[in-house]
Write a protein that binds this ligand. Structure first.
Ligand SMILES: [Zn+2]
Length: 321
């Protein structure tokens, strides 16, 4: 990583260690999502193969048994009663089962992910601040933390459910086109494989993006809970195609909250926070009020320590859920 630019850091503050998203969580989340998707596709593949063979016989029998004038005159009713419709209905029933499976898994995985992201973001933020202040910061649950967790869980539940929702439409469209155009099973399976690959790639993107976003959101809440209001933008430099605007933001201080939280990104014409843009893996380092130069700094230490004590007391008294 490039060194931050020290002259941009405000006086009387010192920079903590940059917060990093935990690569292990991303890998594990990706693995779980891809396994879930893999199970769905293996089951659909198996079922579609059997069903398609069965329906193909029916299609032939149906065509042979129906006089040509009926097929022409009653095209719409004939199609409605056709094996294609039977296949579509059967596919919908099958997808409903997977839908339920995804709904259930979505809540479980999203909760697991948010808890893991919280644990590591909290640890990383504590270590980052300890690097400056020289003592371990004990974080307690706060309402803001609870809100951040709920929003991360809700977002991830939505993303996971969306995988099965979209798959349903993709596969239904694919099967209907295949039946109508009389394609063979091999063609259908090749299409199914393609949809599977797209979904695996999507799971990988979700794991990466959400891990970055959750780490940024949770570490910000932790920082704010001990009175840190600013951080320094850290461009990770690992992206294959870094955003030029984010490269330029490296080392610049910004506000953690408020209307203009973050830095102005001319590419999207608004203020952005690290990790906010799709697949942005920029991060931040907290700007801790300085501790080592003169009485003013000592006062700051005492003020921070007092705030932590107050907060702990409030937590003990059950102010926070
Ligand atoms: Zn970025």
């Amino acid at each position: 990583m490039k060194a931050p630019i020290p002259r941009l850091i405000p006086k009387n503050t010192r920079m903590g260690l940059p917060i990093r998203a935990n690569a292990g969580i991303e890998a594990e989340y990706k693995k779980r999502l891809q396994a879930l998707i893999g199970n769905m596709f293996a089951s659909l593949n198996h079922w579609l193969s059997a069903e398609y063979r069965r329906q193909q016989e029916k299609i032939l029998a149906y065509d042979a048994a129906t006089p040509w004038w009926r097929l022409t005159l009653d095209r719409v009713p004939a199609f409605d009663a056709s094996p294609a419709r039977g296949m579509r209905d059967a596919l919908r029933r099958r997808m409903r089962q997977w839908h339920e499976e995804f709904d259930e898994a979505a809540v479980r995985y999203a909760t697991w992910f948010a808890n893991r992201a919280n644990a590591t973001a909290t640890l990383a933020t504590g270590a980052s601040i300890a690097h400056v202040v020289g003592f371990a910061v004990q974080f307690k649950p706060t309402r803001a933390m609870n809100n951040a967790m709920q929003s991360i869980i809700a977002e991830n539940v939505g993303l996971i459910k969306n995988i099965s929702d979209q798959t349903k439409f993709q596969i239904e469209g694919m099967v209907m086109r295949s039946v109508r155009s009389g394609r063979d099973l091999a063609g259908l399976k090749a299409d199914l494989e393609k949809i599977f690959d797209d979904n695996k790639a999507r799971a990988a993107r979700i794991a990466r993006d959400q891990n970055n976003k959750a780490t940024e959101a949770l570490s910000s809440v932790r920082m704010k809970s001990v009175g840190i209001t600013k951080a320094v933008w850290i461009h990770s430099g690992v992206a294959r195609q870094p955003r030029p605007t984010h490269v330029a933001m490296h080392g610049k201080p910004f506000d953690l909250s408020g209307e203009n939280a973050g830095l102005y990104d001319s590419a999207v014409k608004r203020f952005v926070l690290p990790g906010e843009e799709p697949l942005c893996d920029c991060t931040k380092a907290p700007l801790v009020p300085a501790f080592s130069r003169g009485p003013a700094d000592i006062k700051t230490v005492q003020a921070v320590a007092a705030r932590i004590r107050e907060r702990d007391k409030a937590a003990r008294e059950g102010m926070f859920a």
